[in-house]
Ligand binder design. Sequence first.
Ligand code: ARG
Length: 463
Amino acid sequence: MSNKMWGGRFSERPDEIMEEINVSIDVDRHLFAQDIAASKAHAAMLASQGIITNSDAKNIGKGLDTILSEIGKGDFEFKRALEDIHMNVESRLSELIGPAAGRLHTARSRNDQVATDFRLYVRDIIDETDAALAAFQAALVNRALEHAATVMPGFTHLQTAQPVTFGHHLLAYVEMAARDRGRFQDARKRLNESPLGAAALAGTSFPIDRHATAKALLFDRPMANSLDAVSDRDFVLETLSAASICAVHMSRFAEEIVIWTSPLVGLIRLSDKFTTGSSIMPQKRNPDAAELVRAKTGRVIGALNGLLIVMKGLPLAYQKDMQEDKQGAMEGFAALSLAIRAMTGMVRDLVPDEAKMKAAAGEGYATATDLADWLVRTLKMPFRDAHHVTGRIVAKAAEGGVALHELPLKEMQAIEPKITKEVLGVLSVESSVKSRTSFGGTAPKNVAAQAKVWVKRLEKERK
Ligand code: ARG
């Protein structure tokens, strides 16, 4: 028997391999809710335009509701022979309501149908990701308030650079997440136009109302060009780009957690909830969740690359290649969602070793810049000269194996006679961070104020 949805001119069954390569139900079944919502909107519009009768539209709507609840309850049999979600739903509809089901596909094609379903799906993903990122930000902001004055080493080149506060470090990721959310919102705005009614590629001769279906599905407007509507997947690419950048942020933070929890560093500790043991080395506490966040990033970026490559050579309009747009994207979005939730969990869970952080912040002459700045401010030395003098003082301290604040004043004065004992006031890590009061700087009072700004912003958003 040939396919009952499109088999009119076919007399033979497809080869098994044909069926195997053609089938997409294992992936696009995840679009069931969007597919049913779009079909309901389409049927209602067909009736109000007088293209089908009200009673057919009513039966179609009821039948679609039944299918939705069957799928929800796991009572629906997805058939591979029916290829995809669209034909699975339509075929079940005809079992449920008879010939009226055959009127649902008037003035549409699977080409505009799948484009519509996938837009709705990606829009839902964007909304879920936004909520997950807001929760991630809230977790960070709470910890930042708690640690606004906790001093830790700041690094460049992974070398101790200048003391910063742990709260400041955490707020850096709040800012990144805010830009990630902005990128998802930008993608959402451009995505939010309806392809439905573009039909196969050319539009339709039926007097449809595309504005009505767009509105019913909460799109801002119908897409203006039918060829474009069925043939672009830039909305997926754009969302995957935002997802990739976001995943890179998660991955960088995850990498820091891996470094910080290493016994060699030991700046933070994760509880049993976010570590795993080794099957052979009983002493181990591995930061597996952080490592996997780092790895999941590869899946997200891979999904973006994969789809860019699928799309790059396709002429207008719909090509079957586009059926390969869903699997990688869905897996990529799922990987990102898990990564964000795992990072949120670790942010809530981690405990900094404050004593170790403070000690590490003072190592490696991290307050050398403070000394140079003091020479500039108090002795009116040009910064370049101050830099040179400080370098000689650091070398002297290193020679004696002591920290800057432990170096006898006399030794400093041997290098620069005008140095007074007041200099000792700027050499501690606390005084260093306290002095960084420039806008966006790491001073505890800046950090506390900035964290409070975020608390308010996030609260306001929730209303
Ligand atoms: N399963 C298809 C997809 O995901 C639906 C569109 C098929 N259209 C067609 N003319 N064969 O792209």
